[in-house]
Ligand binder design. Sequence first.
Ligand code: BES
Ligand code: ZN
Length: 642
Amino acid sequence: MKTRLSVCLTVCLAVCLIALNLFTMACQNTATEKPNPSAAPTSPSNEARDVHSYGNPEQVRVKHVDLNLDVLFERKILNGTATLTIERKQNDAKTLKLDTRDLKIAKVEAATDGTTFSPTQFSLGQQDAILGTPLMVELPAQTTKVRIAYETSPTASGVQWLEPAQTAGKKQPYVFTQSQAIHARSWIPLQDSPGVRITYAATIRTPKTVRAVMSAEQDSNAPLTGEYKFNMPQAIPPYLIALAAGDLAFKPLGQRTGVYTEPTMLAKAAKELEDTEKMIEATEKLYGPYAWGRYDILVLPPSFPYGGMENPRLTFATPTILAGDKSLVSLIAHELAHSWSGNLVTNATWRDFWLNEGFTTYLERRIVEAVYGRENEEMQAVLGRQTLEGLLAKFEPRDQVLHIDLNGRDPDEGSTEVPYEKGTLFLRQLEEMAGREKFDQFLKGYFNHFAFQSITTADFRAYLQKNLLEPNPQLAAKMPASLLDEWIEKPGLPASAPKPQSAAFAKVEEQAQAWLTGKTPAARLQTKQWTTQEWLHFLKFLPPQLREAQMKELDQAFNLTKTGNAEIAHVWLLAAIRNKYAVAYPRLEEYLTSIGRQKLIRPLYEELVKTPEGKQRAASIYAKARAGYHPIAQTSVGKIVQ
Ligand code: BES
Ligand code: ZN
């Protein structure tokens, strides 16, 4: 009898659960399928389900985070509290759902008056390899704040801890975070979705020998007291929360710009980045005022896994941009451009990532054109299209789509160069069709209209329709829905996609031909005035297979194995691996063990593993390099090598 009853109860419960599940799914479906008219500008992102977050912002929404953290270098952990200010969207909602990854939760408390906290129930759900672990917090009635006491794991995916030996100065330890795409949850428990914008404040305690900086308002002259205060009064997506601490010095570059880095690199960094204020002025002229107050740059140690990260008020940058001749500072133009496309107007989900990166790449090239001239912009655009064609030739169709379906996948997998280069070509075509003046005006209006909002691809399409295409019937005829679909929803490139041209590159090709046909020896080629971009084009233009003697001749003429320019070295080392040019192997190993920027190291490992002998070399280099890589790079390179 007892068992019969319990079977019956279990069945009932199961049926109920399935029904509930179906109901929730139905709700979610209608939420995704609802059209996104630009007529609802207040919070269009509410319409978007983020498949990469466990958060329940539609019921209870996190609005603000107060961080109070100790940076414990010996244990490689951050330890302290995150106090979340919440807003109930559904009056009867009893649970706050948050994202975490490898966090140790010690205690959760709730307050109704904002100051008196008492313990409340919480539970951690099942761990997911991509998403992490949901944290459910029970909310007593009238709760306005939730305080979580926690510590991070030494292997937190979004935090890299460096020994003094891994820094330039070799004396102090260093730590930095990288929250994009979904790594904020590995150091802060919150609703880690770009659709959930929050303000934040922080108190960070460190050993007295290091300085802490964050993507927020701060005092660059704060004395080294071991306690630092930060405030970000503008609502930002969680992936823009960032922290670094180490032996950091600061040098102003202009009224509202400056650079932080280790003392030994400060002078070089300041010189290289001296055009930053000019870039801001050029961008403001095009797209309206810079919205974030100061724009400072933190130049990190070489293990930083990206070229740059647009943390608001404080761009994080790889030291590999310090080429000595400003030839790689378009990266700063890129991160600065995110102050409009990305930080002001944000992708609501990672599916909409191209809205961040495609727009930013377009803006980046416009800034380069304004500050360094059209020639320069043309070269970058040609290189961009070449990169894109290479990727389209090797990616499966689903990875060639701007509005990419990342369900069940790590959003870091979506961060290929397709959203960057295909996105920018799309905007370039719109510009060419509309005329520059009209298109600039449109973009300025777009940033203004959606400022401080997170939007979906559908929001953009509706806005484009209403504000650019409908008012200009001739343009609308050139950009029909079918062509928009081709750009946004389909793999490949539309046949009408712009083909940027560069006269400077035509000359580079002449030189390359003269050498390849044996007309001119390498040492006599006219390369004196070449910029980094021209060198890159020259090397990429050469056939993939070169003879040993040819590799040697190039190397002797241009000292390529020894170049200090990380981008040129990258392309040269690719050729060295392909052509088994052993002279460059020590440099290859040195390169892969000293730089952690994924865009530069991953393709080298991919090239290595194409042969059995290379596979061994890759494994042996990776064994030495791994400890110095960021957890994100360890994961991505590990996949290639193993
Ligand atoms: N926001 C990206 C970096 C990023 C993307 C981090 C996806 C995590 C996930 C940044 O703005 C960027 O695009 N950096 C580029 C540099 C740029 C000049 C193309 C990079 O790191 O190579
Ligand atoms: Zn970017």
